[in-house]
Ligand binder design. Structure first.
Ligand SMILES: NC(=O)c1ccc[n+]([C@@H]2O[C@H](COP(=O)([O-])OP(=O)(O)OC[C@H]3O[C@@H](n4cnc5c(N)ncnc54)[C@H](O)[C@@H]3O)[C@@H](O)[C@H]2O)c1
Length: 344
């Protein structure tokens, strides 16, 4: 008989409502028992929608003390990821923290150390790893049909966080967000290219700019040139000023052909091979929609089963930290105008 893990959600904004809460509510492995938000009505509203009767708190320390939870999702503004994750781990709770996992390498190391000391799980919601086209692309790459990756191109762009979370003014405030588009969207692709190629970035040059969000104290556009440790090259881009249609693609140019992921409308995963010359359209669902039914990724079930030791987390704290490191190196490169090396 499967045991349900008692779960709390800290931060009841857009990602909690659209992804975490519905996916826990849909999972036989999770028992969603507590919600916390400084704005009580937000916690109440999401509780009534996904887990009527759950406890509601406005202070996360009270949730940790009184709700008897075994795991929490940390769905807060970026500057709170580190401190709230560390206090949750110290309280003996397993943590699934949103991306970017922290605002500095030192903070992410303290989070890993807190998890180690507590003997609890720290996982990072690099959710793009689970998109069906991405999961299938990883299988295709592992099968060897594409050969070796030579060049990578990845971009994530939309019109800005004001369209995703209208109340989330913190996204534009450097003190609370720490980064703009570069980490909000760029960290997804930094993680994804590491995940798909199984390669690490060795050096990086980058630019960022604030082109339209003039009242923000963070960048709204970012581009980086990457050289992986084996010499593979690539580009990583993120933008909050993409209009009309979202950009959310990754292309792997390989010795045997090209693997295009979410690059062509209606065709989420396409391989163009040269020997024999052919086009393969893989049968995978499109990327998730932003509604309140979850994204069909089973992030809640996966976290609970990882807590029970039944499977590995889809993105460990160590992996989240490596992807954050790419973004921090890019920031250093952009600020200094120099190429920055990442030591491995
Ligand atoms: N994995 C993904 O695809 C994805 C997508 C969007 C956002 N995110 C990440 O999720 C996090 C949250 O983003 P969001 O869009 O939900 O933001 P949001 O502004 O919609 O929600 C944040 C919530 O935290 C609450 N809050 C702030 N301080 C608090 C505190 N001290 N205690 C309790 N509650 C507090 C706010 O009231 C708000 O309801 C961010 O780190 C973001 O990068 C991840």
């Amino acid at each position: 008989m499967s045991t349900k893990i008692r779960i709390g959600i800290i931060g009841c904004g857009a990602i909690a409502e659209r992804l975490h809460a519905p996916e826990y509510a849909n999972s036989p492995d999770a028992d969603l028992v507590a919600f916390c938000d400084v704005v009580k009505s937000k916690a109440e509203s999401i509780a009534s929608k996904f887990a009527p009767g759950a406890h509601v708190f406005t202070d996360y320390m009270q949730l940790l003390k009184n709700a008897d939870v075994q795991g929490v999702s940390v769905c807060l503004p970026n500057y709170l990821h580190g401190p709230v994750s560390i206090n949750s781990l110290k309280a003996g709770c397993n943590v699934l923290v949103e991306k970017p996992m922290a605002t500095s390498m030192a903070e992410s190391r303290r989070m890993l150390e807190a998890a180690r000391k507590a003997g609890k799980l720290l996982a990072v919601n690099q959710s793009q790893r689970l998109f069906p086209a991405h999961a299938k692309a990883r299988e295709v790459m592992a099968s060897g049909i594409m050969g070796k990756v030579l060049h990578v191109s990845a971009m994530f762009g939309h019109a800005g966080p004001e369209y995703w979370s209208p109340s989330g003014k913190w996204f534009f405030d450097k003190k609370k967000a720490r980064f703009g588009a570069m980490a909000d969207l760029g960290v997804h692709k930094a993680d994804l290219v590491r995940y798909l190629t199984c390669k690490e970035v060795g050096s990086i040059s980058a630019f960022f700019e604030r082109l339209e969000k003039k009242s923000a104290s963070v960048e709204d556009n970012f581009v980086a040139a990457l050289k992986f440790t084996d010499g593979t090259v690539g580009t990583l881009a993120a933008s909050w000023t993409v209009k009309g249609a979202e950009a959310n693609y990754t292309i792997l140019y390989c010795t045997n052909g090209t693997l295009s992921i979410c690059a062509f409308p209606g065709r989420p995963l396409v391989a163009h091979l040269i020997h024999p010359e052919c086009e393969i359209n893989f049968d995978v669902p499109p990327p998730p929609e932003n509604d309140d039914n979850g994204w069909g990724l089973d992030i809640g079930g996966r976290f609970c089963r990882a807590i029970k030791g039944e499977e590995e987390p889809y993105c460990s704290g160590e992996e989240g930290m490596k992807s954050l490191e790419v973004i921090l190196a890019a920031e250093k490169a952009a600020l200094s105008g120099r190429t920055v090396r990442i030591k491995h």
